[in-house]
Design a protein around this ligand. Structure first.
Ligand code: HEC
Length: 148
């Protein structure tokens, strides 16, 4: 009897520590996109004049996004992590049914980030001109593969 109780008591902290792979993957995925969003926010703020344009800071934000494009996001799209599996995510099941389509949107996004990296530090107007097309590639993926 004592042994069983002990085993049950020990099971509690173990269960509390055990990672939930679905929730953890969703959180990591959202964290990845939050990083993108945070750097986009710097550039958008400068383009709108809410933040003073700063060449070095703009280049850093663009380069951070460039670094993120090199991150292999495959594991963040673990099967069983769509919004049909969990109410904590907006990732549509369509992603897993249409990887080529997602990759196409991802490719356009990577190209737009490269274009931004080439001009972000060159001046506010050049940066702002690249921002619309870049934002368009975010939206194109969201419109197709993310729930509203
Ligand atoms: C190839 C597809 C794709 C591209 C390109 C893309 N996103 Fe997303 N984004 C997603 C998906 C899918 C989600 C939903 C993630 C979830 O809820 O699990 C998401 C979620 C987000 C979120 C919300 C994160 C959260 O806290 O839940 C932000 C912010 C975001 N994206 C910003 C951006 C920005 C900014 C860009 C472009 C610079 C971008 N995304 C490009 C697919 C994409």
């Amino acid at each position: 009897m004592r042994k069983i109780i002990l085993a049950a008591a020990l099971a509690i902290p173990t269960a509390a520590l055990a990672a939930d792979p679905v929730e953890d993957t969703i959180k990591a995925r959202q964290g990845f996109y939050k990083l993108l969003g945070a750097n986009m926010g710097v550039l958008a703020g400068m383009a709108k004049g809410e933040i003073d344009y700063d060449s070095a800071a703009a280049q850093t934000a663009a380069d951070n996004m460039g670094t993120l494009t090199m991150y292999n996001v495959g594991h963040l799209y673990m099967p069983g992590t769509s919004n049909a599996d969990s109410d904590k995510t907006r990732a549509l099941p369509k992603i897993w049914e249409d990887f080529p389509g997602v990759q196409e949107k991802g490719g356009a996004f990577v190209d737009a980030v490269k274009a931004m990296q080439a001009v972000a530090g060159a001046g506010k107007d050049q940066m702002a001109a690249a921002l619309g097309p870049l934002g368009g590639t975010c939206k194109a993926c969201h419109d197709n593969y993310r729930a509203k």
